[in-house]
Design a protein around this ligand. Structure first.
Ligand code: HPA
Length: 269
């Protein structure tokens, strides 16, 4: 696998005119941040050697390079989900490539179902921790030499970046919540009993991504900051229907607030 990562990284390096140390993964319905990137150049996933190709509606599938908050960044518009049929090595391949390219900080975003009764649709949850419910671990198999066999996970989401995000949100009057993200396989949304179970287990929101990428980023020594947009609610007494369209719509309305926080953190850190 290392040869493939190197091959992809070299292919990109030969074509890159910038030196990003920050990467952003844009989740479902959260691709708009890309339009704020200046001096940009991009590569379609289908043109990048060894890159899987994204299949879900709302994920257009390209790697965008340029500037945000005055810094060089790279952004993934569209990610690879386990439920699409990719294995964990494929889901996390872009993060391995990012590490190879010299990325030091990873911003992740996603849409999720809120289970914390204080959450409202469209709110931003700063991810403070996660629970891994995926059926396959991304580090399963021979240990990859970027990190130890048994990686520490006591601070998966960087505390200093969370504190900075809180400060920025307060200054800009953006309402943010903190919470634990539960990562599940999908593609079904949860049954009422499942939402309740994940809540009892300590989760505030549940979604179908992010956890694999964050694990590989931490194993590679990349610090992580994450925002989850609450796009629907589950686990309450009266169960309500959830649809992909609804998720995209709620994510869409939250995009400017998320972009503002990401941009300001990048500018100040
Ligand atoms: N559950 C799982 N994944 C999701 C949800 C949800 O309620 N909302 C958006 N992604």
């Amino acid at each position: 696998m290392y040869e493939k990562i190197q091959e992809t990284a070299s292919w990109l390096r030969e074509r890159m005119s910038t030196n990003p140390e920050t990467a952003i993964v844009l989740g479902t319905g959260l691709g708009q941040l890309a339009s704020e990137i200046t001096d940009s150049y991009e590569f379609s996933y289908s043109d990048i050697p060894n890159f899987p190709v994204s299949t879900v509606e709302g994920h257009s599938g390209k790697l965008i390079f340029g500037k945000l908050g005055g810094k060089d960044i790279m952004a993934m518009q569209g990610r690879f989900h386990y439920y699409e049929g990719y294995d964990m090595k494929q889901v996390t391949f872009p993060v391995r490539v990012m590490h190879e390219l010299g990325i030091k900080t990873l911003f992740v975003s996603n849409a999720s179902g809120g289970m914390n009764p204080e959450f409202k649709i469209g709110e931003l949850m700063i991810i403070t921790d996660h629970i891994n419910f995926f059926p396959e671990h991304p580090l399963r198999g021979k240990n990859f030499p970027t990190g130890p066999r048994f990686p520490d996970m006591h601070e998966p989401y960087d505390h200093a970046l969370i504190a900075l995000a809180d400060k920025i949100a307060a200054e800009k009057n953006i309402r943010v919540k903190h919470g634990v993200y539960v990562g599940v396989q999908g593609p079904t949304f949860e049954t009422p009993a499942e939402y309740k179970m994940y809540r009892i287990l300590g989760g505030d929101a549940v979604g179908m991504s992010t956890v694999p990428e964050v694990i590989v980023a931490r194993h590679s020594g990349i610090r992580v900051f994450g925002i989850s947009v609450i796009t629907d609610l589950g686990g309450f007494d009266v169960p309500v229907e959830v649809s992909h369209e609804e998720v995209q719509e709620a994510a869409n309305s939250a995009q400017p607030r998320m972009t503002e926080i990401f941009r300001e953190i990048i500018k100040r850190s």
